[in-house]
Design a protein around this ligand. Sequence first.
Ligand code: CAA
Length: 259
Amino acid sequence: MTYELIQVRTEGERVGVITLNRPKQLNALNDALMDELGAALQAFDADPAIGCMVVTGSEKAFAAGADIGAMASYSFADVYKGDYITRNWEQIRQIRKPVIAAVSGFALGGGCELAMMCDFIIAADNARFGQPEIKLGIIPGAGGTQRLPRAVGKAKAMDMALTGRMMDATEAERAGLVSRVVPLEKLMDEALGAALMICDYSQVATMAAKESVNKAFEGSLADGIHFERRLFHALFATDDQKEGMDAFVNKRKAVFKNR
Ligand code: CAA
């Protein structure tokens, strides 16, 4: 497939890198871009050589939100019947391998929500996060009212959703929205370093870790612990568990076979 609104490459033959590429519109997210992003993520997910993906934008903007020009004339019937957002944005939730968001510049509205749909966010020191939909007479519509409070707690999520203010990278790290903040020029090195580290581990184990951590956000604690325990037990059926533990006991580097 050829892409027009994203750029797709691999790094070290093991990391799939997707760069959102509508720079003049600050990577505003329209249907065509989200279709391309979903297709690229699915292709990497299906490729056995790929162990992790990185989604990034430009220095100025990860993404400044859903495309307001495209949305402006939508009616309720249009968005409801067309299943707007659900139809193509949520493909990222079906991706089973880890996806890292490398965020510099603006991550606003749907851009912040897209970053939060990834498994974790590494931010450049110029990153700014926000849910300014309230200024447009709407509310966050791609999971922001659910994922933001889970990440930063009710007080800050309410503040962000109700005032529409932006959070800088320092505040975002302090609040737990991002896992690390690095100087802008180090952003891709840091994200690719984390991705390559993940690729060194068993794909079975990294997929299971992702699925299990996500359970913590999607159900009760009891259900999550039960699910985690079942997957944890199941991993003892893999060759990679035997290899990983044998390597530790014998003080050597593990060589995982992804089975
Ligand atoms: N949709 C469409 N176009 C956008 C856009 C968006 N979300 N954000 C920026 N652009 C466009 C601007 O219209 C402008 O285009 P022109 O050059 O053709 O005029 C171009 O990108 C550059 O933007 P600015 O001139 O505004 O740049 P700036 O540096 O002065 O400001 C900004 C940057 C603060 C991010 C400002 O562009 C802005 O506030 N953007 C809108 C942010 C927003 O409201 N996002 C939420 C969208 S709603 C949503 O996402 C719903 C949902 O939950 C799914």
